[in-house]
Design a binder for this molecule. Structure first.
Ligand SMILES: C[S@@+](CC[C@H](N)C(=O)[O-])C[C@H]1O[C@@H](n2cnc3c(N)ncnc32)[C@H](O)[C@@H]1O
Length: 212
């Protein structure tokens, strides 16, 4: 997917108090960054940030970190945050592939929200639910593993259910139509999700866990 390039995006995000410019420095010390022992949740590929910002607002008893590859995408998030005060939120500009360089075993939940589906077989390893990613997540989960995934892409969803179950995750909750499920699921919409919801597209959802 191609995203709009914003001139000086790196400089803009650097000025935000939410932005962590040298995240490897805090490996195994994120509780100290937040100044508390509350659970830490990551969103990989946070894009323009609506989800992670509203999660931090809704759940002040938890800490949230948004990870994003493109600085231009993050500009929207830091702009929205200008007039907000969210001590439980931080943003990191990095490739999700390297999260084990930034986090030790200190993460409670990973959110995969409308991740790139990488439909071509040759790109399978780039999918955030490829086994190599699931192995990577093992390095940062505190004890139990907990992944919440949302997508509009049926094939990517089916693929993810398969890789997760092959990796011994069990499914706490699955929905083939998150917004119209008979038993409502507590949900905060992402930027992409808002658009798909308006278009009437079904959103697939899974809450996958592995309890040690
Ligand atoms: C389709 S968008 C979804 C954005 C947001 N989660 C939402 O639902 O609105 C996917 C996002 O993942 C980011 N992304 C893709 N690969 C990434 C990677 N390896 N590391 C971090 N972010 C990545 C993209 O830059 C993009 O912002």
């Amino acid at each position: 997917m191609r995203y709009k390039v914003i001139k000086d995006a790196d400089q803009i995000i650097l000025k935000s108090p939410y932005f962590v410019s040298n995240p490897t420095k805090y490996k195994n010390g994120w509780s100290k960054v937040f100044g508390n022992q509350k659970p830490i949740c990551l969103e990989l590929g946070m894009g323009r940030g609506d989800f992670i910002i509203h999660m931090a607002l809704k759940y002040p008893h938890m800490n949230f970190i948004g990870v994003e590859l493109y600085a231009s995408q993050m500009v929207a998030a830091v702009t929205k945050l200008q007039k907000m005060d969210l001590p439980n939120l931080r943003l990191i500009h990095m490739d999700a592939r390297d999260i084990d360089q930034v986090f030790g075993k200190e993460i409670d939940t990973i959110y995969l929200t409308f991740s790139e589906p990488w439909p071509k077989k040759q790109d399978e390893r780039k999918r955030f639910t490829h086994e190599s990613y699931l192995r990577l997540y093992d390095k940062v989960f505190k004890r139990d593993k907990h992944i919440i995934l949302k997508t509009d892409n049926k094939k990517f969803f089916a693929y993810s259910l398969e890789t997760l179950s092959q990796y011994w995750y069990s499914f706490h909750r699955v929905s083939l139509d998150l917004h119209h499920d008979e038993i409502p699921i507590e949900n905060v919409m992402t930027d992409f999700e808002k658009v798909y919801y308006q278009e009437g597209r079904a959103i697939y959802y899974v809450d996958a866990r592995y309890e040690n």
